[in-house]
Design a protein around this ligand. Structure first.
Ligand code: UDP
Length: 397
């Protein structure tokens, strides 16, 4: 813990009363779709508690994917850093987040900066807060793949945030253990579950899929729906092409299967998808979907194939079998819950796994009712509860 209660008191002296009559100020920073999905329930919860004020900052690391999601949750943005440019590198994103967040931190003087996960926005945002001696809360702390280069650059981003953060909100006991191994102080690690489960429950209870998705579900009613997402940097190139070729072959061979693929806007994904899968029978290539549309398709799928992190956390709540298109996963709880199986890096293994589970649906049927190891839907409440307690302790010291 780099900024402790003592430093914090020092900060209180510099910036005036912590919180004050109108509440403690929490600056929540996000920039990509998964960050917004996971922080939205926390922001909504903070807003129901009069002891907090929120300042919502988007780096807009992903502009197109973010806006529809923010609309569903009714979340406005107080500051937009607009860092996105075509073909940006992690260094360019980090530099722009550092430079553009700094004056906002100076103006807003938040009591805590809350970041989520492992993006370059989270890493640079945490560093910017540290340089202004503002404590950082890290949601989804303690995920580790064990390989600094995979996922890239996310594994290093999350390690850096752990070095900076004062409050570590771990989703699971395993995440807590990872942090303890890195000598993070145990009384600043809080196992709260992952608010992605809150988001999923909120969306299912409060919205309905759009007409296009309803039509697609109707149109594919006689098919086993295979839902695909793939966009990770480490999947680019040959690995992605080979996976798409195998998926195409499987759908061609099994005439009762259709493939539904919301294609990520990254040009590296678009180009290869267009080349391998466009114009094929029973292959539905879609634009990135609103959260409710995507969750609905997950719920209506026969099987999911994905390299996404968030999808591994959502699949257990929906009781859907998931083939994880990665060499390793920092979410081993998805594997031990039984819902997910790791494909590894070989497309031939993917083909075999599809065939095996097509011929014998035992695994698919066995995951319909499982407990979600990543949370129960009360994570936002728990995170906000911890923040309330911890800030009270700090201000009393
Ligand atoms: N998602 C979505 N629309 C889509 C595809 C995915 O809303 O078309 C959601 C999905 O449910 C999950 C999140 O986006 O919550 C995953 O985002 P992504 O795969 O970009 O990032 P990762 O989870 O790998 O960090």
């Amino acid at each position: 813990m780099l900024i402790d209660a003592q430093n914090y008191k020092q900060k209180k002296g510099e910036t005036g009363e912590i919180g004050g009559a109108s509440g403690r100020k929490i600056l929540v920073l996000f920039g990509t779709r998964p960050e917004a999905i996971k922080l939205a329930p926390v922001i909504l919860r903070l807003r129901t508690d009069p002891s907090f004020r929120t300042v919502v900052v988007s780096s807009s690391q992903h502009t197109d994917l973010l806006t529809p999601f923010l609309n569903i949750f009714g979340l406005g943005i107080d500051h937009d850093l607009r860092v996105m440019t075509a073909d940006q590198t992690p260094n360019q994103v980090a530099a722009r987040v550092l430079a553009s967040l700094d004056p906002i931190l100076e103006k807003e003087k938040p009591d805590v900066v809350l970041v989520q996960g492992d993006t370059t926005t989270a890493m640079a945002g945490a560093l910017a807060a540290f340089n202004r001696r503002i404590p950082v809360g890290h949601v989804e702390a303690g995920l580790r793949s064990g390989d600094p280069l995979s996922p890239f650059p996310e594994e290093m981003n999350r390690r850096v945030v752990s070095q900076i953060a004062t409050f570590h909100f771990a989703a699971t006991e395993k995440n807590r253990d990872n942090l303890l191994q890195e000598k993070i102080e145990s009384d600043k690690i809080f196992v709260t579950g992952n608010p992605v489960v809150d988001a999923l429950q909120f969306i299912l209870a409060n919205s309905a899929p759009g007409g296009k998705i309803k039509n697609l579900i109707e149109q594919t009613g006689n098919h086993k729906r295979l839902l695909l997402t793939t966009h990770r940097r480490e999947s680019f190139g040959e690995a992605m092409s080979e996976n798409l070729i195998e998926l195409g072959r499987f759908v061609e061979k099994r005439r009762d299967v259709c493939l539904i693929f919301p294609v990520h806007p990254n040009p590296q994904v678009r180009r290869v998808t267009e080349r391998i899968l466009s114009g094929r029978e029973r292959v539905h290539l879609l634009e990135p979907l609103d959260y409710i549309d995507f969750i609905t398709l997950m719920r209506e799928s026969w099987m999911i194939v994905s390299d996404s992190g968030g999808v591994q956390e959502e699949a257990p709540s929906l009781g859907k079998p998931l083939l994880v298109l990665r060499e390793n996963t920092e979410r081993p709880e998805a594997l031990s819950s039984g819902v997910a199986k790791l494909v590894g890096g070989d497309a031939k293994t993917l083909a075999e796994m599809l065939e095996t589970n097509y011929n014998d649906e035992t695994w698919i049927n066995s995951v319909k009712e499982v407990e979600n190891p990543f949370g129960k839907g009360d994570s936002a409440e728990r995170i906000v509860g911890v923040l309330g307690e911890q800030l009270t302790v700090s201000s009393e010291q």
